[in-house]
Design a protein around this ligand. Structure first.
Ligand code: NDP
Ligand code: ZN
Length: 351
């Protein structure tokens, strides 16, 4: 079968591989729609997870089941399914401990385009099919279904990690597709004021539709100073980080109230250390909690997030700025993701 792969750090291309084999608890899926992620860019062009050779890229897809293992109970050949980017081993001790994304090792629930071939192939393999697939609800287009793999669950996880409460003032740093879903998630959880950091006009417009109230640019000086100017010196209740770099924690801590939470879902592609400002962190005693997390994955979560789309509580179509038709365009979609033109939020490829 054909697949679009990372050949080595800094290099991508089409390769031929054997169709993956289906274990007793697994499924083989044929993609119906695909989307590249900024993480694919960190992986290939920043070498963020180290060297990989001839690894098929991609972890955002929905598809049709073409084969199931003998122990799979709830899915059948022909089912149209949502597939999460993170596919934990649900029998692991880590999953039983409440952290499925770290099943069998830190971040090891992230298998596609990390430890095994990703979804940008004619077929892909899903472990633990009963735990990691969900049926696409009626009325959801496959291009929208694709946003339920990673953008919705990751962005919403930012709002969960920051533990957004009714009436909170929330700062969302980074409003690419992930941050936009954090805005939507914070809004659904009851945030009142949502201050966003980002400059691409397309993202700003869509952020307004998802509930953003104020905008600042990281290009116009210190984020914390701009935030405190907007709030009249009042600290924010929560910060969600979905963009920036290792230094982004500095303004986040500086403008957060004591007792506030920082939820980070940004993938830190380079740098050795994350900096925390000592004094503004209450010289170590400020109760300013910083949590960074990979989204959990799992069928129940997929079903619940999909129900938000099904019942029109969340419109993911606003993210889809560039639509392609035909597998060959995966290459164009990745290229767009790398270049990030001003009008881009998310490209999607319908097969
Ligand atoms: P984008 O590149 O589309 O968006 C990044 C956002 O951050 C943009 O709004 C950008 O602004 C802003 N930004 C850039 N530089 C800075 C800076 N120095 N300070 C503050 N803001 C800045 O990324 P995505 O939305 O696609 O992804 C966001 C991150 O989430 C990525 O690192 C991605 O790898 C990660 N990710 C994590 C996952 C997880 O499970 N934890 C899963 C999926 C993705 P501008 O408008 O100017 O471009
Ligand atoms: Zn991703």
């Amino acid at each position: 079968m054909k697949g679009f792969a990372m050949l080595e750090i800094g290099k991508t291309g089409w390769i031929e591989k054997e169709r993956p084999k289906c274990g007793p608890m697994d499924a083989i899926v044929r993609p119906l729609a695909l989307s590249p992620c900024t993480s694919d860019i960190h992986t290939v062009w920043e070498g963020a997870i180290g060297q990989r050779h001839n690894m098929i890229l991609g972890h955002e897809a929905c598809g049709e089941v073409v084969e199931v293992g003998s122990l799979v109970k709830d899915f059948h050949v022909g089912d149209k399914v949502l597939v999460a980017a993170i596919t934990p081993d649900w029998n692991s001790l880590e999953a039983q401990d409440g952290y499925p994304m770290h099943s069998h090792g830190m971040l090891a629930g992230w298998k596609f385009s990390n430890f095994k071939d990703g979804v940008f192939g004619e077929y892909f393999h899903v472990n633990d099919a009963d735990g990691n697939l969900a049926l696409i609800p009626a009325g959801i287009d496959v291009t929208e279904a694709c946003m339920l793999s990673d953008m919705v669950p990751t962005g919403f996880h930012g709002a969960e990690l920051a533990d957004v409460q009714f009436g909170d003032t929330v700062l969302v740093i980074g409003i690419g597709p992930v941050g936009l879903m954090s805005v939507a998630g914070a809004n659904l959880r009851g945030a009142s004021r949502i201050i966003c950091v980002g400059t691409r006009p397309a993202c700003i417009e869509v952020a307004k539709a998802y509930g953003a109230t104020d905008f600042i640019s990281y290009k116009d000086g210190d984020i914390d100073k701009q935030v405190l100017e907007l709030t009249g010196g009042k600290f924010v209740d929560r910060v969600i980080i979905a963009g920036g770099d290792c230094d982004t924690f500095i303004p986040a801590v500086k403008c957060l109230k004591p007792g506030g939470y920082i939820g980070n879902v940004n993938y830190l592609g380079d740098g050795e250390y994350v900096k925390i400002p000592r004094s503004e962190w209450g010289v170590g005693m400020g109760h300013k909690l910083i949590v960074g997390g990979l989204m959990p994955g799992g069928r129940l979560r997929l079903e619940k997030l999909a129900s938000l789309v099904h019942y029109h509580k969340l419109d993911v179509s606003l993210l889809l700025t560039h639509k392609f038709s035909g597998f060959a365009h995966v290459e164009d979609a990745i290229k767009l993701m790398k270049e990030k033109p001003a009008d881009l939020i998310k490209p999607v490829v319908k097969m």
